[in-house]
Design a protein around this ligand. Structure first.
Ligand code: SAH
Length: 395
């Protein structure tokens, strides 16, 4: 079937020639036939050159590019892209792996599949569609996942109800596209066990992107007192205990998250582990805790979702980091993160710098952290770099 053609305004093909995976609506001169939401379209330049093919959307991102070749977007296409994504994870040893069976299989633009996230939790794949195009293809994508990981994956769960645009129209409900809930055996990250609840948890159930940073904390934790703020399901807390921390406090404002964190600690270390979960606002806890720690982890949710909120977000990072530095013992470590995509590395470092300067303490950067290889950044789409972290030594 002939696909609708989207013709760009003169000069607007430049970003596509540099492989940027999005076309904004303002770049479009005309269409040969009005595409449906989510339909695959071909993109052409004003002077009649084919440029790319992608999913059409009626928002400000009008086309998300799937291919720079005029290929069919069919079963073969999904299989090929998911196989390439899997090959990257295999190359770094994430699959197959006896001690880690939690990883991200598809990371949107970073895996040349804009609008699609697929996370693997043991024998279940959890899919999240951020575009209607991906949502309409979800069954074909689920089939491809089953084919690419035939021995491993028994179920594919679609969790797009919170991420899909135009929800009123598509009325998405979360649920299994393939298989059903498994026996709920714990999933593994570096041998640490986690109960993951993709149906009820935030995102797809777990913050997979902090895997390597949690391991780094484990290496520093021996004999230390550790405060894990914004702790969610207790990932950093479990890693700290695994590394031999003598005391860990998890703080999260969500009571269900603290219950999950307590449960994950118990799953790994039993009921008597030196761990306390506290359901409280982190700023409030740091203000009132009346004690200090050897290591503090700050992993807040994105303070700025849009660039208009940038100034306030930077102020919030500064206040948070200052409050934490003041609660560190001499020689202590601060693991501090930002997952706001609109806050770049330099902005974040400046906010932390201001906090350090106000504290008046000598501070050195030991590590500069980022997202792991299963959250790749498409070099033509720098917007995909979102996770930034610093490990500071505070004297
Ligand atoms: N570090 C976690 C992920 C953190 S996600 C991990 O490794 O899995 C951010 C968490 O911050 C969420 O669980 C959310 O409930 C919590 N949160 C949001 N605002 C908060 C606040 N003001 N104080 C404490 N926790 C907060």
């Amino acid at each position: 079937m002939e696909r609708p053609k989207v013709i760009l305004k003169q000069g607007k093909e430049q970003s596509l020639l540099r492989f940027h995976p999005w076309i904004f609506s303002g770049a479009i001169k005309s269409v040969t036939a009005m595409p449906d939401e989510g339909q695959v379209v071909d993109v052409w330049s004003t002077d009649g050159k084919y440029l790319a093919s992608g999913h059409f959307a009626s928002g400000s991102i009008a086309v998300r590019i799937l291919s720079f070749q005029p290929v069919d977007i069919d079963k073969t296409f999904w299989l090929s892209r998911i196989n390439i994504a899997l090959a990257r994870r295999k190359a770094i040893g994430l699959y197959p792996n006896t001690t880690t069976n939690i990883f991200r299989l598809v990371h949107g633009e970073g895996d040349n599949l804009p609008g699609l996230i697929i996370d693997i939790y043991g024998d279940t794949a959890v899919m999240q569609c951020h575009s209607v195009g991906m949502y309409l293809a979800r069954t074909a994508i689920a089939d491809a996942v089953m084919q690419v990981l035939p021995e491993t994956i028994k179920a594919v769960y679609d969790k797009s109800s919170g991420t899909l645009p135009y929800r009123e129209k598509y009325n998405p409900t979360d649920g299994y596209l393939v298989g059903s809930e498994s026996a709920n055996t714990p999933c593994l990250e570096y041998g640490n066990k986690y109960h993951i609840s993709w149906a009820d948890g935030q995102k797809t159930g777990f913050f997979i992107d902090q895997r390597e940073n949690r391991l780094l904390l484990q290496l520093y934790a021996q004999g230390k007192s550790v405060l894990n703020t914004f702790g969610y399901t207790g990932g950093f807390s479990v890693s700290a205990l695994k590394g031999g921390a003598n005391e860990v406090v998890t703080v999260d404002s969500s009571a269900p998250a603290v219950t999950f964190a307590n449960r994950n600690v118990e799953l790994n270390f039993g009921a008597n582990a030196p761990h306390t979960g506290i359901a409280m606002d982190t700023f409030e806890y740091l203000r009132t805790c009346n004690r200090t720690f050897d290591i503090i982890v700050l992993d807040p949710p994105a303070f700025a979702k849009h660039s208009d909120a940038l100034r306030n977000a930077l102020q919030a990072y500064k206040r948070l980091n200052l409050a934490a530095i003041r609660r560190l013992n001499p020689g202590g470590l601060l693991f501090t993160f930002s997952c706001s995509q609109v806050v770049n590395k330099t902005d974040f470092r400046n906010a932390v710098f201001s906090a350090a300067a106000i504290s008046g303490r000598p501070v050195s950067i030991l590590h500069q952290l980022t997202q792991p290889a299963d959250h790749p950044i498409n070099i033509y789409h720098p917007e995909g770099e979102y996770l930034k972290g610093l490990v500071l030594s505070v004297l």
